[in-house]
Design a protein around this ligand. Sequence first.
Ligand SMILES: NC(=O)C1=CN([C@@H]2O[C@H](COP(=O)(O)OP(=O)(O)OC[C@H]3O[C@@H](n4cnc5c(N)ncnc54)[C@H](O)[C@@H]3O)[C@@H](O)[C@H]2O)C=CC1
Ligand SMILES: O=C(CO)COP(=O)(O)O
Length: 338
Amino acid sequence: MSKVSVIGAGSWGTALAILLEKNGHEVTLWSHREEEAKELAKSREHKSKLPGVQIPERIEITGNLESALQAKDVLVFAVPSVAVRSTAKKVAPYVKKGQLIVNVAKGIEETTLMTLTDIIEEEIPGAKGCVLSGPSHAEEVSRGLPTTCVVGAKDKETAEFLQNVFMSPVFRVYISPDILGIELGGALKNVIALAAGTADGLGYGDNTKAALITRGITEIARLGIAMGAKADTFYGLSGIGDLIVTCASKHSRNRKAGYLMGQGRSMQQAMDEVNMVVEGVYSAKAGLALSQKYKVEMPIIEQVNKVLFEGKAPAAAVKELMVRDKKIESWDSTWTME
Ligand SMILES: NC(=O)C1=CN([C@@H]2O[C@H](COP(=O)(O)OP(=O)(O)OC[C@H]3O[C@@H](n4cnc5c(N)ncnc54)[C@H](O)[C@@H]3O)[C@@H](O)[C@H]2O)C=CC1
Ligand SMILES: O=C(CO)COP(=O)(O)O
């Protein structure tokens, strides 16, 4: 049994708190809004985000950060990516050296192009930053539906410890040393999901969706490998696995936002209507900046940026992807295009 604090009481933080409590851990769930903490503690239900899911009485719910951080074995960071740095700054004074912190948010910081685990380690010197990611919608995890994820850590001992903390008969956890690859896959799949949702909103078919998923993971992997991540990570749970669920699921916030844009809403209207964090909007610029920095072609992410920030019509963006220069699919081929 471990003492675990989940920092962030949105849908994912709440679902993970429930999973961890069921695994027998002593769990605290922290919300940055005192009123939200009080309401959750009273009703034991996240009515707006996970309606019908009961939050066990044994989970302590608080708006007091200092008390949430006292003598914890593991902290789980479940705030939106844009709040990771500010939350880490607030957490830093209260944690011990070597504190295990698991990032479960998905994003890349737009200004620094840093991964979220790196931000946590920068803001909390001495902390051990790890990551948990994979195809795992909160709506399904909170109901105990079978789900698989991967934990990334620098050393195997830490990875195995966290594997045991999270693993249950309905939540299977793999381990990996490739934190960078896991973080990149999780952040950039959201940008591709915006494109997949947009294609759905435009009324395009399954062929288009499959093309976006397949070519999407190719461009994410190409960037990741250039940055030093491992190729096989992109064909694992945090790569293609998460990309499939995000592009296909009725629960996906990014897919839904894209769908609404395909139907003619503006980016802001789509985000307001989804009313939960649409991470792909924040990761899109970072993805584009990384592709320029590492000189890697990322045509889908480039077009998503044009639709989001330059007012380009979604149908024109799809057309541009279709009429690009002719390409060879195989990476290993010795062929060249004339
Ligand atoms: N919802 C899901 O199924 C999954 C979400 N994630 C990731 O987890 C992260 C959180 O997502 P969700 O829980 O879905 O978001 P959400 O939209 O359900 O909730 C976000 C929560 O963060 C809180 N928050 C907002 N600004 C904050 C700040 N400045 N400081 C601290 N807390 C703040 C809000 O009060 C809200 O409770 C995202 O990066 C998302 O991509 C990852 C896997 C699954
Ligand atoms: O990352 C997530 C699920 O793995 C959540 O993002 P979406 O809701 O857009 O799929």
